[in-house]
Design a protein around this ligand. Structure first.
Ligand SMILES: [Zn+2]
Ligand SMILES: [Zn+2]
Ligand SMILES: [Zn+2]
Length: 358
């Protein structure tokens, strides 16, 4: 992902000896003079601000500082001897760099009250403007309390409950679908319906990316729409960047960067295309036992589509009416009006089997 540089911010560090906050560019503690040791980490400053000064900028962007192998003091990467003890810096360890310190946020932070005299100082100040006392960072806003639900094991009582519910469901299903009762029914009525769909080639609207339009389609119009992300700039692309963040440069400054991609738009087109479509349905209906297919004539360019058939038989049995839907015409034509049948009826009142009664 292409990374863009937005500038540099001065970081800060807390003295490992006395706890005083120090600007990132200072190599020694402003309070006790101790040199910042290699283990002490740089932190985001209390008030982030992009460095404008050209001299500070080139120092910020330099290679990571080197720790003196004799006294541990930080020295610029360009130095050859330690400015603290004069020791040769050859063989000195460069500070680790490149770690992500956090999001870049240059909005103005609330003033900080001096613990000694109560004077309000800008969030980025290290010393009180009134009494000179070292200032602490404003406490970070407390993270939202996390509600955690204590996880409990499944108790034997719960298992018993679940088993009971499952048994009840099974019993209900058995009662509704599988438990049947037998009854004798007389055919009180029959009906049938047969339909045939009539189809014709009709222009059907569609829409798709330009490279996916069927070859036989007629394009009506196209417009650019975002389609995919790209690592490089392309025609019809817009840059989309993530939240800027700060990387430890190892010089007391942080590099502000953001990760960007390009959202590429491509032509999205609407079109029409001739497709076989149902334009009409012809039907025949009756109550006799001789179903027939509807008669129809096709106009030029039309053809027959799907055929469908539906049969229904009404039984009177035990003071109740039952409706039955035979699956085939051969089954249907057996149900002569007035004939008697042995019916298997399930808990929902549906006939699931019919046999001629003697
Ligand atoms: Zn100190
Ligand atoms: Zn030294
Ligand atoms: Zn003060």
């Amino acid at each position: 992902m292409p990374q863009e540089e937005l500038g540099y911010v001065e970081l800060e560090w807390t003295c490992q000896n006395c706890g005083t906050r120090n600007p990132g560019t200072r190599k020694n503690c402003v309070s006790c003079g101790a040199a910042m040791d290699a283990k002490t980490k740089f932190e985001l400053p209390a008030q982030q601000e992009l460095i404008e000064d050209a001299g500070k900028l080139s120092a910020a962007a330099a290679a990571p500082d080197i720790a003196c192998p004799y006294c541990g003091t930080r020295n610029p990467s360009t130095a050859t001897s330690c400015k603290q003890c004069g020791g040769d810096l050859k063989g000195g360890q460069a500070r680790e760099a490149g770690g992500v310190l956090g999001a870049f946020d240059a909005t103005k932070q609330p003033d900080v009250k001096c613990p000694s005299c109560g004077t309000l100082n800008p969030a980025g100040a290290f010393k009180c403007s009134n009494c000179g006392a070292s200032l602490k960072r404003a406490p970070e806003p407390a993270p939202a309390a996390q509600t955690s639900v204590p996880t409990r094991g499944i108790s034997p009582l719960m298992i018993a409950g679940i088993v009971a519910v499952l048994l009840l469901c099974a019993a209900g299903a058995y009662f509704l679908f599988f438990r049947t009762s037998d009854t004798v029914g007389t055919v009180a009525g029959t009906s049938w319906q047969r339909t045939i769909a009539i189809m014709a080639l009709t222009p059907v609207r569609g829409a798709d990316w330009q490279d996916r339009i069927p070859t036989d389609a007629t394009v009506l119009g196209c417009e650019l729409k975002p389609r995919r992300m790209s690592q490089v700039e392309e025609p019809n692309s817009v840059k989309v960047c993530g939240t800027p963040y700060v990387l430890d440069q190892g010089t007391g400054a942080g590099k502000v960067v953001q990760d960007c991609q390009y959202q590429v738009s491509e032509e999205y087109c609407s079109f029409t295309r001739m497709q076989w479509t149902v334009i009409n349905t012809v039907a025949a209906r009756g109550t006799d036992l001789q179903p027939n297919w509807p008669l129809y004539s096709l106009a030029t360019g039309e053809r027959e589509g799907n055929r469908a058939e539906e049969y229904r038989v009404i039984f009177d049995g035990g003071g109740q009416q039952y409706t039955y839907t035979p699956n085939t015409v051969n089954e249907y034509t057996q149900f002569r009006p007035g004939s008697r049948w042995l019916l298997k009826v399930n808990g929902l009142g549906n006939i699931i089997e019919t046999t001629p009664a003697q």
